[in-house]
Design a protein around this ligand. Structure first.
Ligand code: NAD
Length: 467
């Protein structure tokens, strides 16, 4: 496919046109926003084949996974926003006691302005369009800059966009570092970035120059606690699924397991059974198992497999030519192992053994706060772990499903990012809450309120403070 990136002139012109259409007030009309949200669902539903094919070319991912993790998730988010935007955007009167009853204290939701959304490659639809839904719902005008690394998906979005979406509200810019840098040098009312923390810092620094609010959706090492009270077969099936969907290239993928030494071999056995059930002829031959996005990511992951000090107990097979990396389980890596140094972001699962839940919590708390935390244990133990740790989101008894439950907000904490989206959180991210007071200041009512409030004027006295 021919490489087509937006030119600098186009970037500047589109930015200025979108600022102009925001100033025209066209997006203040909630009906207009709803039409755009509806159009977005048509874009997704009419083009299922084209979208899943583009993702297959980028990530070797199966049709099923792309429909489930991109099209269904994003369509549901758009429907949720469509259904609720009238209620979310309504002004709210606030009761502030008798003293202020005549002043009508009210909070209004207003769109922030023209916003920039920068996406990552691993879910080329849901991490680009997901945030955009919040922006459309709030009434912002927006530029979406998908990742150039998921090249086919980005080009397809740019092609489909003008066929469905009103260019006065949103547009897609294609490009890499150069184009994103150009975009970051323009004025925005919000920047929403999804990707790694190194670039997250660049985005935050650039945004800070214009005091532009940002949302950073970053990654991290999401731990999984497996306790002896868990059903190991269920835990292993869910774990193997979450680690292998999209070939482990998921921001909320389980990064490593924490369990007691005596559970480790039994868990590995259950993981092995799950592997055989999912891919009876091996993952390499399965059309359901994806590939690593590019050579750079493949080499990074291969380096982990080749240099781990733990033992590879399941998987480990790989093929650089097709960027195939088998679901791989590492037994007993030391805590300073290469597999534990940074986010794995691939189908490799280290199992760390700890002596009890307290030691597990201390292990997690000794590292950066993760984007997600997963627990397989009876309720009392789960609640204890939740109480003792921090993470962006938490799931007991399953993995990653909090991302697809529409009304739940999604976001990180600490080095896994800040701000949130999905459901109402997406709407709030791109809205400004403007408080208003309408003080009676004319006529009889104005004079009455003036008399009531007059004690604030000098000359001051202690008596006035008591009134
Ligand atoms: P990426 O390489 O596609 O980069 C993300 C975006 O940043 C792209 O649009 C890219 O063009 C832009 N970019 C890259 N370098 C830049 C630079 N120097 N200046 C300006 N812009 C630049 O994606 P990635 O960072 O490899 O994505 C993987 C990471 O994203 C993982 O850490 C993963 O956990 C995280 N992630 C987080 C979430 C979430 O919701 N929290 C979702 C998906 C991925």
């Amino acid at each position: 496919m021919e490489v087509r990136f937006s030119s600098k002139d186009q970037i500047r012109a589109w930015h200025s046109e979108l600022r102009g259409s925001f100033d025209s007030g066209i997006t203040l009309d909630v009906k207009f926003r709803k039409r755009e949200l509806q159009q977005l669902t048509y874009l997704l539903q009419d083009n299922v084949e084209q979208i899943t094919e583009a993702i297959r070319k980028d990530l070797g991912r199966s049709h099923f996974e792309s429909v489930f993790a991109e099209i269904m998730v994003t369509t549901n988010l758009a429907i949720e926003a469509y259904t609720n935007v009238d209620a979310w955007s309504k002004s709210q009167s606030r009761w502030a006691g008798l003293v202020w009853a005549l002043h009508s204290p009210t909070e209004h939701k207003e769109p922030k302005g023209t916003v920039l959304i920068i996406g990552a490659w691993n879910y080329p639809i849901s991490v680009q369009i997901g945030p955009l839904i919040g922006a459309l719902c709030a009434g912002c005008t927006a530029i979406l800059k998908p990742s150039e690394i998921a090249f086919h998906s980005a080009q397809l979005l740019a092609k489909l966009w003008p066929q469905y979406m009103d260019s006065r509200m949103s547009r897609v810019i294609t490009g890499g570092v150069e184009e994103t840098t150009e975009l970051l040098d323009l004025r925005w009312e919000h920047i929403f970035y999804t990707g790694n923390s190194r670039v997250g810092k660049i985005v935050a620094e650039k945004a800070a120059r214009g005091l532009c609010p940002t949302t950073l959706e970053l990654g991290g090492k999401s731990p999984v606690f497996i306790h002896e009270s868990a059903n190991l077969s269920i835990a292993a099936h869910r774990l193997m699924w979450a680690k292998s969907i999209n070939c482990g290239q998921t921001c909320i993928a389980p990064d490593y397991v924490l369990c007691n030494k005596h559970l480790q071999d039994q868990l590995i056995e259950e993981l092995r059974k799950a592997y055989i059930k999912f891919w009876p002829n091996g993952a390499r031959l399965s059309k359901d198992y994806g590939r690593i996005i590019n050579d750079q990511q493949f080499s990074r992951l291969e380096h982990i497999v080749e240099n781990t000090k733990g033992s590879i107990i399941i998987g480990g097979k790989r093929d650089a030519k097709t960027r195939f990396l088998e679901p791989t389980v590492i037994k007993d890596p030391p805590s300073d192992d290469i597999s534990m140094s940074e986010e794995i972001f691939g189908p490799i699962l280290p199992i760390i053994t700890v002596d009890g839940v307290d030691e597990g919590c201390a292990f997690v708390n000794g590292r950066d706060q993760p984007l997600a935390l997963y627990i397989f244990a009876k309720r009392k133990i789960s609640d204890f772990i939740i109480h003792k740790t921090k993470s962006g989101g938490v799931v007991q008894g399953d993995l990653m499903v909090h991302y697809v439950v529409c009304p739940l907000s999604f976001g990180g904490i600490g080095l896994s990012g800040y701000g949130a989206y999905h459901g109402r959180a997406g709407f709030e991210t791109f809205s400004h809450t403007r408080s208003s007071i309408h003080a009676p200041a004319t006529g009889m009512l104005g004079r009455a309120v003036e008399w009531l409030m007059a004690s604030r004027y000098p000359p001051y006295s202690d008596l006035k403070l008591k009134l």
